[in-house]
Design a protein around this ligand. Structure first.
Ligand SMILES: [Zn+2]
Length: 114
């Protein structure tokens, strides 16, 4: 592995997201190359700093579940709203059809007016 490749993979290496062979190649290069090792150390310090400053402990399970339910509920409402907006003319035609069917008495269970 050369320096360009190692530095391109540095964040994934830090996050442990490389596959085993690539992770091992990066590790070997970082142990042998002082330039890349210094970049690794700086990135690692930055990652630790961000983790200490901004990472909060996980929320209680009950809270996580409530948030997930709220997101799903919100997503369902947005989906329904999106359908109504994107197919507005069809929705309006369906409402008119039902209205006319009720008025003319052809809608099941309805009786003609007058
Ligand atoms: Zn290097």
């Amino acid at each position: 592995m050369n320096c360009d490749r190692c530095l391109a993979l540095l964040n994934d290496y830090l996050d442990g997201e490389l596959d085993g062979n690539l992770q091992e190649q990066a590790k070997t290069h970082l142990q042998a190359c002082p330039v890349c090792h210094m970049q690794f150390e700086q990135a690692n310090l930055a990652k630790q700093f961000i983790h200490r400053k901004f990472c909060l402990p996980p929320a209680p399970l009950g809270l996580q579940n409530r948030i997930c339910r709220a997101i799903r509920k919100s997503s369902a409402k947005k989906y329904i709203r999106k359908i109504f907006i994107s197919h507005r003319i069809l929705v309006e035609m369906a409402v008119c059809t039902v209205f006319l069917a009720v008025i003319t008495g052809t809608y099941p269970g309805s009786s003609p007016s007058s």
